[in-house]
Design a protein around this ligand. Structure first.
Ligand SMILES: [Zn+2]
Length: 304
């Protein structure tokens, strides 16, 4: 599933490819891909003649900012991809939504497993990157008429690569959290954009066991984890993402970061630091990879 680095790569590609392009029509081939507005015919109507001003990312979602202030969001989820192709490209049975651009190209939303969602929202209120403690209940935007784009992301935590995401800030957010580190890193209301791959990679880099409770870290642990999260994400962005399964960029090409992963899907292979075989366990139903020597297992607390 595309995480922060993969979505960032797609957003940067699209910024180069479609910023300034006008959508002259949209065809929805799979109704449920459209999250908002409803019905999908209305979505197609409302997006027609819109010009894309700029493409960015928030959490694991691609944001296409339109000239008129509205925002088109694309959550790729499991197998979604955004591809820019000439309109002479043969039809794709997995293209769930096709945007025709004025210059004759198409922007295709391809999604084999159909978990991805596309929305069109009024602008406003999006400056809150990193705001909030993430404790607010997640409001669902489905079916609502006047949700602004900022509210769509109101339940999300800060962007880990934002300048404002300092070690001090990270330490503050960790304070009083008893959750296990792996679960906490996957929690989008804690920090946005980290998924299974980069959670495992960051914990290996920081030499922290995935089952450690967050409130057992000392100040040095916290700084190491903060640095590790940012390093693994930055490295992956530089390598255009990890194509461990379906992920491709806007040109349909695979990223090269999968070759650089230290633990993810390297079960039984030697740790790059110490040679110990990488272990796999399941934490909150997600497969989790770590080095049993570098990442020491926490001692059970007295209460347990
Ligand atoms: Zn090791």
């Amino acid at each position: 599933m595309p995480e922060l680095p993969e979505v960032e790569t797609v957003a940067r590609d699209l910024q180069r490819e479609v910023a300034g392009a006008t959508i002259v029509g949209a065809t929805v081939n799979w109704d449920r891909t459209i999250r908002h507005p409803q019905p999908p015919e209305r979505f197609a109507d409302e997006v027609r003649d819109a010009t894309i001003r700029k493409v960015t990312r928030r959490a694991k979602t691609v944001l296409m900012h339109l000239e008129d202030g509205r925002v088109l969001t694309v959550a790729l989820r499991m197998t979604g991809a955004l591809l820019v192709v000439p309109d002479t490209t043969p039809e794709d049975r997995y293209a769930r939504v096709v945007f025709d651009l004025a210059d004759g190209r198409q922007l295709r939303y391809r999604d084999v497993r159909k978990f991805g969602r596309i929305g069109l929202w009024p602008g406003g209120g999006l400056r809150s990157v990193g705001a909030g403690r993430g404790s607010r209940s997640k409001r669902t935007a489905e079916g609502r008429g006047r949700y602004r784009i900022g509210e769509v992301f109101s339940g999300h935590g800060p962007e880990p690569l934002a300048r404002s995401f300092s070690a001090e800030r990270f330490a503050e957010r960790l304070k009083g959290r008893s959750a296990r580190l792996k679960a906490l890193l996957l929690d989008q209301s804690f920090i946005a954009g980290v998924g299974n791959i980069y959670a495992d990679e960051a914990l290996w880099r920081a030499r922290l066991h995935p089952l450690r409770a967050a409130d057992t870290l000392d100040a040095a642990d916290v700084r190491r984890l903060h640095r590790s999260v940012r390093q693994v994400l930055r490295q992956a962005v530089a390598n255009r993402g990890s194509s461990v399964s379906d992920y491709v960029d806007a040109k349909g090409e695979r990223g090269s970061n999968a070759d650089r992963l230290a633990v993810y899907r390297r079960t039984e292979q030697p740790c790059f630091r110490c040679g110990t075989r990488i272990k796999r366990i399941v934490v909150t139903q997600r497969s989790t990879h770590f080095c049993p020597r570098c990442q020491v297992e926490p001692v059970a607390s007295v209460e347990e």
